[in-house]
Design a protein around this ligand. Structure first.
Ligand SMILES: *Cc1c(COP(=O)(O)O)cnc(C)c1O
Length: 396
């Protein structure tokens, strides 16, 4: 049996997205910036895609949607724009979470090197930031609050509408990395007072290498890529029309089926959480309820997440330990550490990210095999022996 349970790392291309891409590749090959008929035909295709994306997140205007090469570029551009754009006004303070994606954290480091001061707030032990702490961190010179919609590793959903309201009241720009949320949770940029938002097609059955930065009208973007005047002069380079059209099609499909998918995937998630809950000295990471519909992040004490992952792969199960971006390093996840999970527990963590393509049979198969591999690695671990004999203290 093969079970793909790593949808937070990437999803498989949907039929709709693939057909949209193929149609563009065959029939819309003009450069959308060309004035001739072929170019204008492609331009119309792109306009349609932009309009669709705007509607899915309730942006006021389609021209607030900028196509990028993915979530990382959108995150980079949002942060660099908000910071550099307000430096002249004396605003040199930025606020974010210590559990953000590296596209945010590394850009914040870059901005620190440019003289900005960054406050890295830690969430509570359930992975969710206390809005009072956000409120208290805002200063006269704060240029931006960037807080992710939902975490890619442990799934916790942040109080985005509350943070949006605070930022609006204090007149501070608010960006959210919604890469894990788009097409999985309802998003309304106007009602939620979101000024800038990032998303990425490959996290909702679109192709890899395409994303969106939403930036409310009036926000001055700085270019990350210089060149031609594409994307209203804010993102140079001939546009990937098949990719962007497929992004829009996949986003629309996800948003149209949001309620149905959420109910189905949440039931699978809860079945998996329940099924793993009888493994001793283990814990669910991230809030039990305010979490992404498909996310299950579990720590098993006394074992290495990497060993479990590789062994589960032999059984045909694809999952992840920590985030895919850090899976080559054996450092414990900065997300789990950032929310106060003990280091031993962080080392033994696995993330399963389910979606509407998974089934109850697959979940039951995962439950059976996880029990088996955790027992196996504990049975051969000298470390586990020390825990069981009382020489070492259990942390879970
Ligand atoms: C995947 C991911 C990104 C990066 O998106 P890419 O399109 O792969 O560059 C950024 N933030 C979060 C939360 C993610 O899950």
């Amino acid at each position: 049996m093969r079970v793909y349970a790593d949808n937070a790392a990437t999803t498989y291309l949907s039929e709709t997205a693939m057909n949209t891409m193929l149609d563009c590749l065959k029939n819309f090959n003009g450069n959308p910036n060309s004035l001739h008929t072929d170019g204008q035909k492609t331009q119309e295709k792109l306009d349609e895609a932009r309009e669709t994306v705007a509607q899915c997140i309730n942006a006021a205007r389609a021209n607030e949607i900028y196509f990028t090469s993915g979530g990382s570029e959108a995150d980079n551009q949002a942060l660099l724009s908000a910071a550099r754009g307000q430096k002249a006004k004396g605003k040199k303070h930025l606020i974010t979470l210590n559990i953000e994606h590296h596209a945010i954290l590394h850009t914040m480091k870059k901005l620190e090197n440019e003289g900005f001061e960054v406050t890295y707030l830690a969430p509570e032990s359930n992975g969710i930031v206390d809005v009072e702490k956000v409120k208290d961190a805002i200063r006269e010179d704060t240029a931006l609050v960037s807080i992710m919609f939902a975490n890619n590793e442990m799934g916790a959903i942040q109080p985005i509408p509350e943070i949006g309201a605070i930022c609006k009241e204090r007149k501070v720009l608010f960006h959210t990395d919604a890469v894990q949320a788009a097409a999985h949770l309802p998003i309304d940029v106007q009602a939620m007072n979101i000024d800038m938002l990032s998303m990425s097609a490959h996290k909702f059955h679109g192709p890899k290498g395409v994303g969106v930065l939403y930036a409310r009208n009036g926000i001055k973007l700085v270019n990350v890529i210089e060149g031609g005047a594409q994307e209203r002069g804010k993102r140079a380079g001939t546009i990937n029309v098949p990719g962007n059209a497929a992004l829009a099609a996949a986003l629309k499909e996800g948003c149209d089926k949001l309620e149905e998918n959420t109910a189905y995937v949440t039931a699978l998630r809860d079945r998996l959480i329940e099924g793993l809950s009888d493994i001793p000295h283990s814990q669910l990471n991230g809030d039990r309820y305010k979490r992404l519909p498909g996310n299950v992040n579990y720590s098993f004490e006394g074992v290495e997440g990497e060993s479990l992952l590789l062994h589960l792969d032999l059984y045909g199960i694809c999952c992840s330990s920590g985030s895919a971006c850090t899976s080559e390093s054996l450092d414990p996840s900065h997300v789990l550490m950032g929310m106060g999970v003990p280091v031993e527990a962080a080392h033994g963590s696995l993330r399963f990210s389910l979606n509407e393509e998974n089934t109850e049979e697959e979940v039951d198969y995962i439950i059976e095999k996880v029990h088996k591999v955790v027992e196996h690695y504990r049975s051969i671990s000298p470390f586990w022996d020390e825990l069981e004999s009382g020489e070492r203290q259990h942390c879970i």
